[in-house]
Design a protein around this ligand. Sequence first.
Ligand SMILES: [Ca+2]
Ligand SMILES: [Ca+2]
Length: 224
Amino acid sequence: MRFLLPFLFSLSFLSAQSSVQDFRLGGYAQILNDECIRLTPDVQYVSGSAWYENAIDLNSAFELVVCLVLGEKDDEGADGIAFVFHPSMATGYRGEGMGFSGLVPSLGIEFDTYRNFHLDDPASDHVAIMPNGLPYHQASLLGPVEVPNLENGKKHLLRLSWNPLRKQLLVELDNEPVADYSADLVAEIFGNNSKVFWGVTAATGRLSNYQDICIKKLTYAAAQ
Ligand SMILES: [Ca+2]
Ligand SMILES: [Ca+2]
């Protein structure tokens, strides 16, 4: 079987030369430059989304390498950025829901910079994997995992990878593994539909930050 793999990979994998033009923008999202999209400006009560226009096939591997910028205000900043996987390019509820709340079926990976007590957010910025648009941590599949302050104006390197054989989702932030989650996502979340879109959403509330995503490298198998 091993000798077949390079052949199969060459047939089915796209390694996109990233382009911010390949995203469908919603809300306040705007293209900043060749690499980066500003999902929200530093303005109260706004949200933005960027959906990648090609559906991916979760029966194959993917690797998404991006940088997140979560603004410069730590105590006075909010709300964070979420990755959302969903069968269509739809954005959920805003604010504390960060654009993934209410989407069924969906898988969300949140980078949350604001503590909502009623969602059981920890005091620190945190990462969590959330099923079906449920924003509170009692429902989290993994996390919340507390991370060092993300609202420092810096680019935080993020690598999301999916291994369909091991059914393993890995999240590495600033070169540290922050989440290692194994589950049959296609069966358990998406009702045996392996074709999903992914998008990045962000929101602000009473507190705000500018929040950007910069695209480095996207490798995936396009869904038919
Ligand atoms: Ca929060
Ligand atoms: Ca923070």
